[in-house]
Design a binder for this molecule. Structure first.
Ligand SMILES: [Zn+2]
Length: 320
């Protein structure tokens, strides 16, 4: 019952700037913003069409088949291999609402609204955070929605003139009720400390402030200029952060370090747009009181992180 109460939440006054764009059959949506921040919500969709536009069936996503040169991602591929070619179909409940509330909260605080891109299809029909094959399993309408989603993100990216940030919003079902921040650094590497802080999905930011100074760049991931720090300042648990610098990965404690979106649109390989995957715990997303209490705190944390790291261009002011 708890989760259904979520729909009764009051929302921030709509900060929409107008010009909202919708993809094919409204399966995807793009709210253009006016700042160098993008919020994406690939797994918060609820639409579960059983048929495609032309009347053909639209089966739920399944695992793929293992062929001689890798996984085959088609519904008619034969015997599936759920271990080697898996498909996760559970949606990240309420993360579309979380994304919109975050954007509205940031507008309330800063006067500027992020770009927001949503996939409105359930993950059982499209996984917008995977490559095209496993994402859509060659279902034509799913392929079209996938292309719309990536085109919308590309539009948002192209609207940002210089350095910028993308936050990919998800929800995890892990026991520990903390937000997991994914920088494409594996949890075991965070635990051991054997990672290069300059080789992450915020590489552009790291280079900008720290150059090749690895100790400095690690502070952007878990120190006083990190997103985790600004969440701690608002009383929110996050890992990595100054309060919880390492996830302490074990068989019963999983840490999600980032998926396709942060890999593709973040700066690990190239470019000036950084990306962080935010995996929110159930307690924050599914509990009415907790979300009412936390949404503005989360917006404040993101605004603070963004302001200190992206709205200043003078490297000489850094004192990490
Ligand atoms: Zn997810």
């Amino acid at each position: 019952m708890l989760i259904y109460c979520f729909f009764l939440f009051t929302t921030f006054p709509s900060g929409l700037l107008g010009g909202t764009k919708r993809g094919f059959k409204d399966y995807t949506e793009y709210e253009p913003g006016n700042m160098s921040l993008i919020i994406t919500a690939p797994h918060g969709g609820e639409l579960t069409p059983s048929k495609q536009e032309n009347g053909d069936p639209w089966p739920d996503r399944t695992a793929g088949c293992l062929g001689s040169s890798g996984c085959i991602w088609k519904h008619s591929c034969g015997e599936v291999d759920a271990e080697k070619c898996p498909a996760i179909t559970e949606s990240d409940l309420f993360t579309a609402t979380v994304a919109r509330d975050m954007a509205d909260g940031i507008k309330t605080i800063t006067g500027l609204r992020p770009h927001v891109v949503y996939c409105r299809l359930s993950r059982s029909k499209l996984d917008a955070n995977r490559a095209m094959g496993p994402a859509a399993l060659s279902v034509p309408d799913a392929v079209t929605a996938y292309r719309n989603y990536t085109t919308f993100i590309a539009k948002a990216v192209s609207a940002i003139p210089g350095r910028g940030l993308l936050l990919d919003i998800h929800g995890h079902g892990h026991k520990l009720q903390r937000t997991e921040l994914g920088y494409l650094i594996h949890g075991t590497e965070l635990d051991s400390g054997g990672y290069d802080g300059n080789n992450s999905s915020i590489k552009s930011l790291s280079n900008f402030w720290c150059g090749n100074d690895n100790a400095c760049s690690r502070k952007l991931i878990r120190g006083n200029w990190s997103l985790g720090h600004f969440m701690n300042e608002e009383g929110l648990r996050a890992v990595p952060s100054p309060q919880e610098p390492v996830p302490k990965v074990s068989k019963t404690s999983i840490f999600l370090s980032g998926g396709l979106t942060v890999m593709k649109y973040g700066s690990k390989e190239e470019g000036k747009i950084d990306a962080i995957q935010m995996e929110l715990p159930q307690e924050l997303r599914l509990n009415k009181t907790a979300w009412q209490d936390s949404r503005l705190k989360l917006a404040k944390a993101i605004s603070g992180f963004f302001k200190i790291n992206y709205l200043r261009d003078n490297r000489r002011t850094i004192n990490l």
